[in-house]
Design a protein around this ligand. Structure first.
Ligand code: BG6
Length: 511
């Protein structure tokens, strides 16, 4: 039997009704995010039948364009992505009809994000259901949100919804995240706000809830009695690229940890919510993040490792070090790598370390969560050639390939008792005919249908920053040196030492 076909149905996808008609107003319509991710996502959504007739897009940006100019610009970019096999924009060629459908619904509004006239003009253009997407630099969040609310564009009338999507960075530290939340909640209702974290659009991340809560075999083991420790890795091969102006004052800690890494941690460690209701799920995520023990002064020096890539090789090519990249200070101490050891102070996880690491210009591009189980007692193997047992590990592959591997020991065939390491491997691609996607498709769809499950609530964001703030304070005080590592490696040696001290090792980052 073709298991894949039996499981997946003819299209290999779970069916969903099209989202209600709405206007998607994108602030930052000429920017990178819109071109690279939002437009390919809308195109993929159209192909999947998730958009319907009345759907339109109004792009807002400062550059002068008319509707036709905007359509031509985006057509050119998307054609470029479609013909570039290495592009991250997840397009398998370009279906002219599907793109034509989206293109014909694109409109453009030139305007300054801080000028009331822009919002007056928008009011003339839009009616009914609207989603306002802030694909703009963080300094514009407050002005755009304030103008949207003060102009009445966020007022919901006659059953029409008005929602706003806020991209990261959601604050620069705890105080600024709180200030932004306070501003938002003074101007609109929490239910209208969708704080997006694109890691939550990744299929395997969403699958974590299904894996943990729909299978009788895993959840009973998912605690301190059976789990030794957890490793969460997001390794990238790219460097800072053209983003140094943003990255220099940001660094890997702010860029990746309170948001993406903590979302992975929360999905792995949260208690079972009492339903799939958005608030039930987000309440559990907030609780587990609030239980992460902050690293106090002594522990930052011990349990936090910061690294910065130097020259090396990436993808077989020589690459320059971070300090030689354009717009980076020659003596920059911004970290491009961070590793930490965290403890979750609750009943389920007491004594189980969570090791988290993320970095740029590493040996491979790989995001994964590794759950290391406790070792079985060796006692009965004493009189056999087996000297040590290897603990079981479950690897949840988030990207680039999506799936789950369970490693365990098996007897090597033959007359003596010897053990070998084997794996049960589930790959999405083997079972489901999943079309290419950017990860934004499901999130955009969720905004349109009003499902906030995979979006961060104000308390989730603040709980993440509350864990990171003492680390930022210590770095600011000069108590955390940045360690060099060669591009194309697994990061600084101190990060290996962080685990070795506990008698553990990172899962190797080999190709
Ligand atoms: C972004 C960060 O939020 O996530 C980038 O700002 C990082 O620095 C990116 O490269 C990683 O996302 P993905 O989906 O490519 O793993």
């Amino acid at each position: 039997m073709d298991v894949a076909a039996a499981l997946a149905g003819p299209e290999g996808l779970a069916k969903a009704d099209p989202a209600p008609s709405c206007t998607l107003v994108i602030f930052g319509a000429a920017g990178d995010l819109t071109k690279r991710l939002l437009m390919p996502s809308l195109y993929n959504m159209q192909q999947a039948g998730l958009l319907q007739e009345g759907f339109t897009v109004v792009g807002v940006d400062r550059v002068a364009r008319d509707d036709n100019g905007y359509r031509s610009d985006l057509t050119e970019t998307i054609q470029g992505f479609a013909s570039d096999k290495g592009s991250e924009s997840a397009l398998d060629g370009l279906n002219a009809d599907a793109w034509g459908w989206v293109r014909d619904r694109l409109f453009y509004q030139a305007g300054d994000f801080e000028d009331t006239a822009t919002y007056d003009a928008l009011k003339q253009r839009v009616s009914g259901n609207c989603v306002f997407y802030l694909a703009v630099a963080a300094r514009f969040f407050a002005p755009v949100l304030t103008h949207l609310a003060d102009s009445g564009l966020m007022t919901e009338a006659d059953d029409a919804f008005r929602r706003v999507v806020v991209e990261k960075p959601f604050g620069h530290d705890l105080a600024s995240a709180k200030a932004l939340n306070a501003l938002i909640l003074a101007k609109m209702d929490e239910s209208q706000v969708f704080r997006i974290d694109h890691f939550l659009g990744k299929e395997t991340v969403q699958n974590l809830m299904a894996l943990r809560f729909s299978n009788g075999i895993f959840e009973p083991l998912w605690n301190r009695n059976y789990i030794d420790h957890v490793q969460i890795t997001a390794a990238e091969t790219v460097g800072v690229e053209r983003r140094a102006k943003f990255y220099e004052p940001t660094g890997a800690l702010r860029d990746m940890v309170p948001n993406h890494m903590f979302q992975l941690l929360a999905m792995t460690a949260m208690e079972p919510p009492n339903s799939f209701d958005a608030d039930a799920v987000r309440a559990e995520k907030a609780k587990v993040l609030q239980a992460v023990k902050p690293l106090d002064t002594g522990r930052v020096a011990r349990d936090l490792v910061r690294g910065q890539y130097g020259p090396g090789t990436s993808g077989g090519k020589d690459t320059q070090g971070y300090r030689q990249e354009p717009d980076v200070a020659a003596d920059s101490t911004t970290e491009t790598y961070i590793a930490m050891r965290l403890n979750i102070d609750n009943f389920r996880w007491a004594g189980v370390p969570f090791y988290v690491r993320t970095g740029k210009r590493m040996a491979v591009r790989r995001t994964e969560i590794v759950v290391h189980f406790k070792q079985a007692p060796h006692a009965m193997f004493r009189s056999t050639p087996v000297e040590a047992l290897t603990p079981n590990a479950m690897v949840i592959h988030v990207q680039p390939s999506e799936g789950i591997t369970l490693n365990f020991s098996a007897k090597v065939p033959g007359p003596t008792l010897q053990l070998g390491r084997v794996a049960m491997d589930f790959r999405y691609a083997d079972y489901f005919n999943t079309p290419s996607n950017t990860g934004y498709e499901t999130l955009l769809y969720d905004v349109m249908i009003g499902d906030a499950t995979f979006f961060q609530r104000a308390d989730n964001v603040e709980a993440g920053w509350a864990v990171v703030q003492p680390m930022l304070d210590e770095i600011e005080a000069g108590h955390s040196e940045v360690q060099p590592y060669a591009a194309g490696t697994s990061g600084p040696a101190a990060a290996d030492a962080l685990l070795e001290r506990d008698g553990r090792h990172w899962l190797a980052l080999s190709a």
